[in-house]
Design a protein around this ligand. Structure first.
Ligand code: FES
Length: 70
């Protein structure tokens, strides 16, 4: 399932490791996990679904591809 987050306008770095104390924003806690945040540029504030399966054709946003993964 994608990670659904509400973000402000502008550049956002969305936590993908689950360790951030400022979720949904990365706070650098991913260091040493091998995981990286995803950059999401927002034209205006709103809610988006960020791809977690890494197979979206619209990365960093979900395009529904995860539904076809067995
Ligand atoms: S703190 Fe989670 S990706 Fe950076």
């Amino acid at each position: 399932m994608p990670k659904v987050v509400t973000l402000p306008a502008g550049e956002n770095w969305v936590c993908m490791c689950g360790r951030s104390g400022k979720d949904p924003h990365c706070d650098g806690s991913h260091q040493g996990t091998g995981m990286q945040p995803k950059r999401v540029e927002m034209g205006q504030s709103g809610t988006v679904a960020v791809c977690v399966c890494h197979r979206s054709g619209s990365d960093p946003l979900c395009d529904g591809t995860h539904k076809s993964i067995a």
